[in-house]
Design a binder for this molecule. Sequence first.
Ligand code: HEM
Length: 266
Amino acid sequence: MEDQTSNAAVTYSAYLKIDELLALQQPRSTGPEHDEMLFIVIHQVYELWFKELLHELDHVMALLTADDSARAQHTLKRILTILKVLVAQLDILETMTPLEFLSFRARLEAASGFQSDQFRQIEFLLGAKTPTAVQRFAAGSRARQALERRYVAPTLWDAFLQYLSREGYAIGSHLTRDVTTAIEPDADIQAILITIYRRDPKNAELCERLVDLDEGFQEWRYRHVKMVERTIGAKPGTGGSSGAAYLRTTLGKNLFPDLWEIRGRL
Ligand code: HEM
């Protein structure tokens, strides 16, 4: 509904809060070092896309809950397009050489993408939940509250199983699974998915979009590790981990294992 309460004309900069936005890039290095601006801008842009991704992922869950699979698929396509942009953005950061990064790295102190609560929120929504990721944030903070909420909330996979159940598939006890635990492969769900792929094109398409999402998220992880390797080699991360060695342990883990398990049997 249109806002009738204000007489001031809406302008581009007022609506988008451009002055506030442009005041948010504050390098810490002296000079400041040229490349720190890129580093700040790219992280801020990522956080904005993470915000939009969460907005759209919550929407997909609501649409599945409303049995609106057509719009859920439409929204998933938007999410996948954003993911492609997220991956492509790493190309920009890879134009920064190791020495250019070193020119300001010490000023980051312990700051790291490791502490991105929105990234953890996305992981939680997609089913990759770890209680330690919640505890890393100060009690009562916005980040901690958001993660606590998402930790106990159903995941996208749970919303999908609930939807399939209403579509007539016998999902059984999985409908009441403990949503804080990992999504484990399951023979009964796999049998249902095989039936869907063979006989139910509408829901098979939905499954394919979830595989796209899973693959797209893993693609980001892989490209991020390679970028880290070429920028800092085997050095430890600013966030306190072993760096690339830690990041490599996060690769190759499927979010929705059943959708991958069945592919050799179709
Ligand atoms: C020069 C650029 C970058 C370097 C060298 C770098 C390095 C690292 C390292 C070493 C880690 C492991 C944790 C630690 O000990 O710090 C990490 C984690 C992470 N970084 Fe980056 N990073 C870079 C850019 C980015 C960008 C642009 C983003 C976008 C938001 C990002 C997001 C993340 C996330 C979300 C994690 C946690 C991953 C996980 O725990 O699975 N990083 N990064």
